[in-house]
Design a binder for this molecule. Structure first.
Ligand code: ATP
Ligand code: MG
Length: 567
């Protein structure tokens, strides 16, 4: 894989181009993203959003956001809201094209009556267990239901009474009359409607029968005049039913055969170390293994946003990984690379000390402040600069000092020198320890002639460290997030084992006593920064007036780009 984003030319775009060349559907392109509102969106959904909305953008078409709300038992307003927020945040806009499958419940019901009248559907009284028994096994045809040959009148009457609520939940279904001998199980008289007394977020108690996903989905596409219905490979075997549903009654729902949608399948995208199973993500939330759907360690869009991942990095990642038919397992290092590349361009550089060690510069008078000029970006002068205050009383990282440093340690040690970033060279004159022998303070001197802009040839020392003036700094809590799972395939466990055994026990380190430079005052949640020498960070919504809370997005080291340049 190259480090450059590919020019988009996947098999779906090729199909669309060919359709446009031949004038199919007058060249019209209309896609949809059809989430089920039963959880938050994750990075796999971002892939589908980027594809569907991206196609609409590239081919000047439309993309509908359509909630597949055919299963009221698991759906929730919270998810409907979060999904809209996430799609918008990713940079896409459905305009006026927001729909719910439930918008079409009346039309779908009418269509189902049409199927009955055409002799293509029947009401069955079998229980789901009985149905399973008759369904057959691969290579062996199933058996027809004893109710399959009911008359149209009887079927219509029973179906209407199902709708009217005359029968208990699960006691009857409407089934398509297709072929119990089909090698494709989806075609062995699939259930189209079931009875379920469950209030629905949109339609309330109006319905006690609900259409099944495959049927409702195909009809929703047709009603909306979708052109290219793109889904993931697990629906490949459902395509004959998709086509059957749309074509069973010619001319129904005003569908022009030349305009009917076609389904195309691509491979789901999986990413190492991340889970893309809603069921498992839900389990992490419900067992309080994470703080919520938007925990910064979650592979949800909301979680990754809170982690500081820019929307542009998501889109870039989705584009670079392409659209393919073959199963796709992408290395998380590529995602991290896309994040770093975007943040490297956009994040202002600042200094934050995460594990402070007190430093006193005895050559600076108490109360004196030296104002130093520091650019926000090393190669983009348009980002401007800020003043950083240097005073007698500073903090540096604990790890930038060693009592007995090895030769290659170019930071501070007794009697050693180091440059303060944007400031002078300091020398460690004395080390103050507490009763337990722990280092609690360094007393240093500074060399005024080494001050930036002091004139003359600047004196060079090997080490440069970041620092913050104690009296000017801002109290900060730093949350260093790491991967939620310790293994590349967290879902890969033995039968009966819990995938949670693969959790990384060190996925969060909280550093409550960090100190940030003054320029971070008033930063709003979502603002991203590069903490010099440490990594990329984002302001967390938990930030309070008296405490900044910063989440680590990624560290600075890009192992992926390094791999690519190796020969
Ligand atoms: P489930 O249906 O089991 O709840 P789902 O992941 O299929 O989970 P949906 O809300 O039905 O969730 O998905 C909406 C759309 O996102 C579907 O078209 C689906 O194919 C697509 N999608 C989901 N996961 C991925 C993935 N990992 N890669 C690409 N597309 C995905
Ligand atoms: Mg699904």
């Amino acid at each position: 894989m190259s480090t450059e984003p590919p020019s988009k030319n996947d098999f779906i775009r090729q199909i669309i181009q060919e359709d446009r060349r031949t004038g199919k559907r007058h060249g019209r392109v209309q896609t949809r993203f059809p989430p089920e509102p039963n959880g938050f969106l994750h990075i796999g959904h971002a892939k589908s959003i980027n594809l569907n909305f991206g196609l609409a953008k590239d081919f000047e078409g439309r993309c509908f956001l359509r909630f597949d709300d055919t299963n009221p038992a698991t759906e929730d307003e919270l998810f409907i809201r979060s999904i809209q927020e996430d799609v918008r945040w990713l940079g896409f806009d459905w305009g006026v094209d927001l729909r719910f499958a439930s918008d079409y419940f009346d039309a779908i019901y009418e269509h189902a009556e049409g199927l009955i009248k055409a002799g293509k559907a029947f009401v069955d009284d079998l229980t789901s267990d009985q149905m399973r028994e008759l369904r057959g096994v691969p290579g062996v045809p199933g058996k027809e239901s004893p109710h399959r040959n009911r008359s149209v009148e009887e079927n219509l009457d029973l179906f209407r009474r199902m709708k009217a609520g005359e029968f208990p939940d699960g006691s009857r279904t409407l089934r398509a009359k297709i072929d119990m001998a089909s090698p494709n199980f989806n075609m062995r008289d699939p259930v189209l409607y079931r009875i379920k007394r469950q209030p629905h977020p949109k339609t309330g108690t109006k319905w006690v029968i609900y259409p099944m996903y495959d049927y409702a989905h195909a009809l929703s596409d047709a009603i909306e005049k979708t052109t290219h219905s793109i889904c993931t490979l697990e629906f490949e075997d459902h395509r004959p039913l998709y086509d059957w549903s749309i074509d069973a009654i010619p001319g129904a729902l005003g569908i022009d055969p030349a305009e009917r949608p076609n389904q195309y399948e691509f491979a789901r995208m999986e990413v190492t170390y991340l889970l893309t199973s809603k069921r498992k993500l839900k389990e992490l939330v419900e067992t309080k293994t994470v703080a919520g759907w938007d925990d910064p360690r979650m592979p949800t869009i909301a979680g990754m946003r809170r982690r500081g991942v820019p929307a542009a990095a998501f889109r870039d990642f989705c584009d670079r990984t392409g659209v393919a038919k073959a199963a796709q397992m992408v290395e998380i290092e590529l995602l991290d690379h896309c994040i770093r590349e975007e943040l490297d361009r956009t994040a202002p550089r600042v200094m934050v000390v995460t594990k402070p060690l007190k430093v006193t510069i005895e050559t600076i008078a108490a109360g004196e402040t030296i104002s130093l000029e520091a650019p926000f970006h090393p190669s983009n002068p348009d980002m401007g600069s800020r003043k950083v205050a240097l005073s007698r009383d500073l903090v540096i990282e604990e790890t930038d000092f060693m009592m007995d440093p090895p030769k290659k340690f170019f930071r501070l040690g007794p009697g050693r020198e180091v440059r303060l970033r944007y400031g002078p060279i300091i020398k460690c004159e004395r080390v103050v320890t507490d009763a337990g022998g722990n280092v609690v303070e360094l007393v240093c001197s500074h060399d005024p002639s080494s001050m930036p802009g002091a004139g003359g040839e600047p004196r060079k020392v090997k080490g440069v460290i970041h620092w913050v003036s104690r009296e000017h700094g801002i109290a900060t809590e730093v949350r260093n997030y790491d991967r939620l799972f310790a293994v590349p395939n967290p879902a890969d466990v033995e039968e009966g084992e819990d995938f949670k055994k693969n959790l990384n026990p060190n996925s969060l380190e909280v550093l409550p006593n960090a100190l940030a430079e003054a320029s971070l005052a008033g930063s709003k949640p979502g603002a991203t920064f590069q903490f010099e020498r440490l990594g990329y960070y984002v302001v967390d919504p938990d930030t309070r007036p008296d405490k900044l809370v910063m989440n680590r997005t990624v560290g600075l080291r890009d192992s992926w780009a390094k791999e690519q340049t190796k020969d």
